[in-house]
Design a protein around this ligand. Structure first.
Ligand SMILES: C[S@@+](CC[C@H](N)C(=O)[O-])C[C@H]1O[C@@H](n2cnc3c(N)ncnc32)[C@H](O)[C@@H]1O
Length: 283
């Protein structure tokens, strides 16, 4: 879906202020928040926030319970750079293990995890409003209280909102593949993002990833194994014949905590192989 959309469309983000900046002749200070927003290659494109009547109804009734309100920054889905870090104790009213999913889609994974582990708390990042609303709808139906969603760009907001070493696990399942080579810079899983994730994980905590695109899987493996912050517990395991380095491997067995989402189902139906990866935070 999003890989079909050109860079040009993404440049016209849908917040009026950003659009004005993008279209003006003014030289913009790239070290300012607005300038940094415009300069960044984002892993998503801005899309309509309009909800169906039934999702709007759910949103009006329940967004207050499940969607964390965070101060908005410059640009679509950006969080204010001076926003205060989240207090999990205040959000969930207890001390618990917290896990984060980045790109929750329509919420199947995070809601299922929240139902299966009432003793843990879960936070999700998603930039697509209808996806956030579907997650809220599923959370309401499941009756869970241990889940919150943030409608924001994880790459920008994670370092601002999450304290260092505060998370037990981070999940990035089926991130948009950005298949064209000229779009690879938009892929979420890159060295800089790995550093961002490493900062918020406790020592020994894990970053779980999955993708159905083999070249992205090889990229994820390379990012993990080149990072000074992570080790790959599956280094050398499950080598793949399409790998540019065919004997190398580095892929985990399917994680049994990962539910089958429509993205995985679609990939399997199309004959694509699914890769799981695990990065363990070094102390
Ligand atoms: C291909 S979908 C996969 C969704 C889900 N993980 C699943 O397996 O069903 C990728 C999701 O990531 C979201 N996304 C992309 N970049 C993001 C970012 N920087 N922050 C938060 N969400 C993002 C997209 O809006 C989309 O819903």
């Amino acid at each position: 879906m999003s890989e079909e959309i050109s860079d040009r469309e993404d440049a016209t983000a849908d917040l009026a202020s950003v659009e004005e900046i993008a279209n003006s002749d003014t030289e913009f200070d790239l070290s300012s928040p607005e300038g940094r927003y415009l300069a960044r290659s984002k892993s998503f494109v801005s899309r309509a926030r309009q909800l169906s009547d039934s999702l709007q109804h759910t949103w009006d009734a329940h967004a207050g319970e499940y969607v964390l309100e965070v101060p908005a920054g410059a640009g679509y889905t950006a969080v204010a750079e001076d926003a205060k870090p989240l207090s999990f104790k205040r959000i969930f009213d207890r001390n618990s293990v917290v896990r984060l999913e980045i790109g929750t889609g329509n919420g199947d994974q995070i809601v299922s995890a929240a139902v299966s582990h009432p003793d843990r708390d879960y936070i999700g990042f998603e930039v697509y409003r209808p996806g956030v609303a579907q997650t809220v709808s599923k959370a309401v139906k499941a009756g869970v209280a241990n889940l919150r969603i943030i409608e924001a760009d994880a790459a920008q907001a994670l370092p601002i909102l999450f304290p260092e070493g505060s998370l037990d696990e981070v999940w990035t399942f089926f991130p948009d593949p950005w298949r064209k080579t000229k779009h690879h810079k938009r892929r979420l899983v890159q060295a800089g993002f790995a550093q961002t994730v490493a900062r918020v994980l406790r020592p020994g905590g894990v970053w779980r990833l999955a993708t159905d695109w083999s070249d992205y899987a090889f990229q994820m493996r390379d990012v993990i194994e080149s990072s000074p912050y992570f080790e790959n517990p599956y280094a050398g395991v499950n080598p793949h014949e399409e790998d540019p380095d065919p004997g190398r491997g580095g892929f985990a067995p399917r994680w049994d905590g990962r539910v089958m989402t429509k993205f995985e189902r679609r990939a399997i139906d199309a004959g694509r192989e699914v890769f799981d990866l695990v990065a363990q935070r070094l102390s």
